[in-house]
Design a protein around this ligand. Structure first.
Ligand SMILES: C[S@@+](CC[C@H](N)C(=O)[O-])C[C@H]1O[C@@H](n2cnc3c(N)ncnc32)[C@H](O)[C@@H]1O
Ligand code: SF4
Length: 494
């Protein structure tokens, strides 16, 4: 089930609960609804949809969308819009403002209705969506059936691959690729290459910790001067050394990776990390943002596993004073680690994992390493998936070149035996399981704020257990080192 299909399934449910005469406006940015309107056609046909607002004015003007009797929002008059259906929280303000600006005189939005953080999306609703999901909802997108974009839609740049700590699920220190960092000339050239493919966003890592780069502050300055929008994903342990630079050349997002909400769990997983230092640096970053009115959003990423599942509610309690609840997000552990798979085997959420073949990012992302070589994978610890070199070829040439084309073909065909070791060992949860679990966390917190961490964990384990075996996507579906039918292990709680 793809993330988009999860959203559609929830939207179907939510729209189905509206009264027949409610005047509805549908809002969506980007391609999401264009690609998915059809899946909502039957529920929408029974409702009173008065307007659609999205990013394709031409389509709207021609009234093509869905064949419904809908109009572009600027022609809507006479009465309030009772409900605005929105697909994401982050778009809410923007969409409502746009709607009210564009809509005719006297039209007022009474309430919005969205998927994220919607009180109507209860744990029971999410459970119902999982239980009633039709088989096609489990289909992942198949980008190989579409024309390949001429240039890579998204490019990551790795400024270095070393790290100051050694997290158990990442184990960067076991990587066999030499440790190195990008020099400033190559960094500038990489930015030229990014601009050539119309990419103005930057992340500084694939694996590795960007803040240990010896010229990190120059990297910040150059990115800023060149107008790139930077997302800095960091373990956050060295932020105190760079706070002045982060004030002078602010990033758009600083995302602290934090995998434990107690000192014990944090320091067990993020080996070498100090919980107190993390808290100090979060405080420091928060104060700098307030004091200097920085345009920096503080986010937190948690890699969820059996090792920290019990602490989910504690993340909000402990870190809520530094990070907005909505910006604490939970990703799922995957098998990609530089070292062996011991930790993964013990901590993975077994029943949602499956072999990540075909790997969809091959059709949407590419990564420039610190030495200019380009990898197909964001977690290429050993350099097994190098598909070109920016010192000799442009990103566009590499994107359309023989190495990546061949890798895509093998993935699309599910030819697992012919794939590099890294791909054969890559087990992930797929976007649907990840998004369902994250919706479940949000809804459970809202519905039952007083659950103890233990009770919260039990509820989550119960829910994760019902997600069932991952849908086959070709290839061997057993995890690395194990075979056949797998069941979800419930840890002993004490
Ligand atoms: C590889 S790190 C690099 C950037 C930086 N050092 C950091 O920790 O954020 C990027 C993200 O990958 C996550 N990560 C590492 N190993 C993982 C695994 N086996 N499964 C899922 N996510 C993982 C980390 O928790 C972190 O959020
Ligand atoms: S997750 Fe980040 S901080 Fe942890 S070892 Fe990997 S690169 Fe280093």
């Amino acid at each position: 089930m793809s993330l988009e299909n999860v959203q559609i399934a929830l939207l179907r449910h939510l729209i189905g609960t509206l009264s027949d005469d409610a005047r509805i406006a549908l809002c969506c940015a980007g391609k999401f609804l264009h690609a998915n309107w059809r899946n909502l056609e039957d529920v929408l046909a029974k409702r009173h949809v008065v307007a659609i607002l999205d990013d394709d004015p031409e389509k709207l003007a021609s009234g093509e969308v869905l064949g419904l009797a809908v109009r572009p929002v600027d022609s809507v008059t006479g009465g309030d819009i009772d409900v605005v259906v929105i697909t994401s929280d982050r778009m809410e303000d923007r969409m409502v403002r746009r709607l009210e600006r564009l809509a005719g005189e006297g039209v007022k939005v009474i309430r919005t209705f969205r998927i994220d953080h919607n009180p109507d999306v209860t744990p029971e609703v999410i459970q119902a969506v999982v239980t009633q999901a039709s088989p096609e909802l489990y289909d992942e997108p198949q980008p190989w059936n579409d024309p390949l974009p001429e240039v890579p839609p998204a490019v990551g740049v790795e400024i270095n691959n070393g790290c100051n700590i050694n997290c158990v699920m990442c184990e960067t220190h076991s990587a066999s690729r030499p440790i190195g960092e990008m020099d400033l000339d190559m960094f500038r050239e990489s930015l030229d290459q990014l601009e050539a493919v119309h990419c103005k966003t930057l992340t500084y890592h694939t694996v590795g910790e960007p803040t240990i780069h010896r010229r990190f502050e120059d990297i910040l300055r150059i990115s800023h001067e060149r107008g790139f929008e930077v997302t800095l994903s960091t373990n956050g342990l060295l932020i105190h050394r760079h706070i002045d630079a982060l004030v002078r050349w602010p990033v758009a997002v600083i995302r602290f990776s934090v995998d434990g909400a107690t000192r014990e769990t944090y320091e067990r997983i993020r080996v070498g990390g100090k919980f107190d230092r993390l808290l100090d640096n979060l405080r420091l970053m928060r104060s700098a943002i307030t004091e200097h009115n920085l345009p920096t959003s503080v986010e937190m990423g948690v890699t969820l596993s059996l090792d920290n599942l019990r602490e989910v509610p504690l993340f909000f309690d402990v870190f809520g004073r530094f990070v907005d609840d909505d910006l604490i997000t939970f990703g799922l552990l995957n098998s990609l680690t530089a070292g062996d798979v011991d930790y993964y085997e013990g901590a993975k959420l077994i029943n949602v994992d499956r072999l990540n073949v075909p790997c969809l990012p091959l059709w949407s992302n590419t990564y420039v390493g610190y030495d200019g070589r380009v990898s197909a994978c964001c977690r290429d610890y050993h350099g097994e998936l190098v598909v070109g070199d920016t010192r000799t070829h442009t990103l566009t040439e590499i994107w359309n070149g023989p190495a990546l084309t061949e890798l895509r073909a093998k993935h699309a065909a599910g030819d697992v035996a012919a794939l590099p070791r890294a791909c054969r060992n890559c087990y992930t949860a797929g976007s649907a399981a990840a998004s369902l679990i994250s919706y479940f966390i949000t809804s459970l917190r809202r519905a039952e704020p007083h659950l103890s961490p233990l009770e919260f964990e039990q509820r989550m384990l119960g829910f994760i257990g019902t997600l069932g075996p991952a849908s086959p996507r070709g290839g061997d579906q057993s995890g690395p080192g194990d075979a056949g039918e797998r069941s979800y292990p419930l840890p002993v709680l004490n």
